[in-house]
Design a protein around this ligand. Structure first.
Ligand SMILES: [Fe+2]
Ligand SMILES: [Fe+2]
Length: 168
């Protein structure tokens, strides 16, 4: 079911569709984050990926909770956007030989994923409120806050250490 097919008629349909999309994306990130942690050299970056892996597992569980609260089946649908972000990350990372530059590339890839999640969760929270599901909105908001915090930590790490080392 594509985003602009006639299967999506109402805001509720759109809400459920995007829940299924981000549910898939979070599952793909649970698979990708250990690989990113393995490749990272900077200890803080490595630890950061592992911490966010734990959070991401919680994001998957929270989505299952939201599906249940909303009374719909727990279901994932392919999300070509996150597949593309992960695929591109793998390609870029595979081409970088210098370890310090590799860390900078990993941060860049991770932030692309975070920004994707922030965009999706931002809309999901707004739509949940619009649909009168403040219960779902508050669960989704917790994840949105963690995605934003992770994005900020990645920026701080890039600006304080990684970019400096990569450029030297
Ligand atoms: Fe997430
Ligand atoms: Fe995330």
């Amino acid at each position: 079911m594509g985003l602009f097919t006639k299967d999506i008629k109402t805001m509720n349909d759109l809400f459920v569709h995007q829940l299924q999309d981000i549910y898939y994306a979070e599952q793909q990130l649970v698979k990708a984050l250990p690989k990113m942690a393995e490749k990272a050299t900077e200890p803080q970056l490595k630890q950061g990926f592992l911490t966010h892996l734990d959070e991401t597992r919680t994001h998957v569980k929270r989505l299952e909770q939201v599906f249940q609260m909303h009374g719909v089946a727990v279901k994932a649908i392919d999300c070509p956007a996150i597949d593309g972000i992960i695929e591109e990350a793998n390609e870029t990372v595979g081409e970088v030989a210098d370890k310090a530059v590799l860390d900078a590339a990993l941060i860049n890839a991770a932030q692309a994923a975070e920004h994707y999640e922030i965009a999706r969760y931002g809309s999901l929270v707004a739509w949940a409120r619009q649909l009168g599901r403040t219960d779902c909105a508050s669960v989704l908001q917790k994840t949105l806050d963690e995605e934003k915090a992770t994005d900020k930590k990645l920026t701080a790490l890039a600006e304080s250490r990684v970019n400096l080392r990569a450029a030297s």
